[in-house]
Design a protein around this ligand. Sequence first.
Ligand code: SF4
Length: 150
Amino acid sequence: MKHPEEHTTKSTSLLELDVLAIYADADAEVRQAGPVCLSSGKCCRFKEYDHTLFISSIEAAVLLKHAPAYEKPTDSGFCPFQKENLCTAREPRPLGCRIYFCDQGYQGKMLELSEKFTRKLKDLADEKQLPWHYAPLHHFLDHPENAAPL
Ligand code: SF4
């Protein structure tokens, strides 16, 4: 695997590099599983899809550092980073966005990957002695001060 450090700047923190390395491993396993995406964009329109995206404070820190600006307060019905069905925060998007696909044939593998990589993020937070703060995406969008320090 190519280490994410090769894609980042000097100001990238060690915590951020560790989070990006976990994402890279998750992306590789998702690619291997090969879920089908029809690019409907529904999974990012939470109210329409009856879905809540939970993220941890360490994922929030990476997302908020690199995602485009958005208006506050946010509407929990959709993700402010979705524009014309596309994700404008693709590089720093959190784990759930990387693992979640609506492909019915992938649901079992999705649960397995979600548990595995959420555990890795939690272990990283423990290792860094950061509290495990896990909440809906919009909590961190409206309260960025609750993201972990990078
Ligand atoms: S960060 Fe990107 S992939 Fe995740 S919910 Fe928002 S638009 Fe969708």
